[in-house]
Ligand binder design. Structure first.
Ligand code: MRU
Length: 356
């Protein structure tokens, strides 16, 4: 998708370096950053210079490429893979991508390993881009149905950033929106601010602006009243881990949106590539929920009148805070899962029907 009219992907490999867009500086500064060694990739994931389930998976895959360039040695590669997996616990794509890379590299000799690693990391990014495009085409049909019935602007609510910045391109939740916009359907997006890191305001609104899509940032608590007023036609969100029973673990606050949507008969869709499905964990209580630094709550960052990025404390110094980064939306609250293979019910039967 575009920034300042120029097309970008979120990650690419050039001259033995991994290039990323530093998302901690958006929307105020657009900075392309070089990752030179595997530690840079681990750090980029931990500090959320890259974030979003599919993108952290792709970054981990390229992190292993950097590990091989740094030191072509099996025990170093294994250590790198473990550190990459541990860098953010909730999104399953991270482990999925590292496991896929390590399987591909197992038994490969030192002479060929870099070429094969690079090929597989590239395959992961290309596949994600293709899957996200297909998610868009499958979700487009749902938006078209709403538009045909309503014969007026379709209002879609989304949470966090499941946009192209969270993937390689297109996004998951935003892909149907981008496809509908390209087809000329009149749309407006309610963008949840998404405290504490404001991925909705800083990233989703930013990318929708760059594509010329009408959007309004709302506080995380405003979705309920907008739904009661009939101002939301549907919700589409992303996911960091989808259990085989259809339960969805996504950015904190998603669950409350789904409850509100259920109470107001607003369809609630989750968009995902199959790399986000966890076929092993059966009970959502077993999902490792990331607890991040409480400073993300107690401090806010923004630009001052000189356009300099500043961070200020907003909480009483003595107050404690708890920063849980994700919650789980039970399948019973989800209208459907929009995947690269089609739309299905949020259930084991639905998912198995698409993914044998
Ligand atoms: O903490 P983040 O910003 O990585 O959380 C991102 C989300 O919760 C997204 O909704 C999810 O990763 C889906 S990405 C297409």
């Amino acid at each position: 998708m575009k920034i300042d009219g120029k097309s970008y992907k979120t990650i690419w490999f050039e001259n033995n370096l991994v290039k990323i867009i530093d998302q901690t500086k958006l929307p105020h500064q657009f900075i392309i950053k070089d990752l030179k060694i595997v530690k840079d990739a681990i750090n980029a994931i931990k500090t959320m210079e890259v974030r979003g389930a599919p993108l952290i998976g792709a970054t981990a895959a390229y992190g292993l490429v950097l590990s091989i360039i740094e030191k072509n040695d099996l025990s170093f590669l294994k250590k790198s893979s473990e550190e990459l997996i541990a860098s953010r616990p909730t999104a399953i794509n991270l482990k999925w991508a590292v496991d896929r890379m390590m399987k591909k590299l197992s038994g490969v000799n030192n002479k060929d390993i870099l070429k094969i690693a690079l090929g597989e990391a590239k395959a992961i990014t290309e596949e994600d881009e293709k899957f996200c495009k297909n998610i868009g085409l499958n979700g487009l049909k749902i938006i078209e149905d709403v538009a045909n019935k309503k014969k007026d602007t379709v209002n879609i609510l989304t949470h966090c950033n499941a946009g192209w910045l969270a993937t390689i391109d297109w996004g998951t939740a935003t892909s149907p929106i981008y496809h509908a916009h390209q087809k000329g359907i009149k749309l407006h997006v309610w963008v949840d601010e998404t405290r504490p890191r404001n991925q909705g305001a800083n990233l989703t609104s930013y990318e929708l602006n760059e594509e010329g899509i009408s959007n309004t940032i709302i506080t995380d608590n405003a979705g309920g009243i907008l739904m009661q007023r009939g101002e939301v036609d549907m919700c589409i969100v992303g996911t960091d881990r989808t259990l085989s029973n259809g339960d969805v673990c996504n950015k904190i606050g998603t669950y409350l949106k789904a409850l509100s949507a259920k109470d107001n008969n607003v369809p609630f869709y989750v968009a995902l590539p199959s790399s986000t499905i966890d076929w092993d964990i059966k009970d959502h209580k077993k999902i490792p929920i990331e607890e991040r630094n409480s400073e993300e709550l107690s401090h806010v960052e923004g630009v001052d009148e000189n356009k300099e990025i500043k961070k200020v404390r907003i909480y009483p110094q003595k107050s404690k805070s708890l920063n849980l980064a994700f919650d789980v939306t039970p399948a019973k609250l989800i209208t459907g899962l929009i995947t690269e293979k089609g739309v299905c019910e949020a259930s084991e039967k639905g998912l198995r029907g698409l993914f044998k």
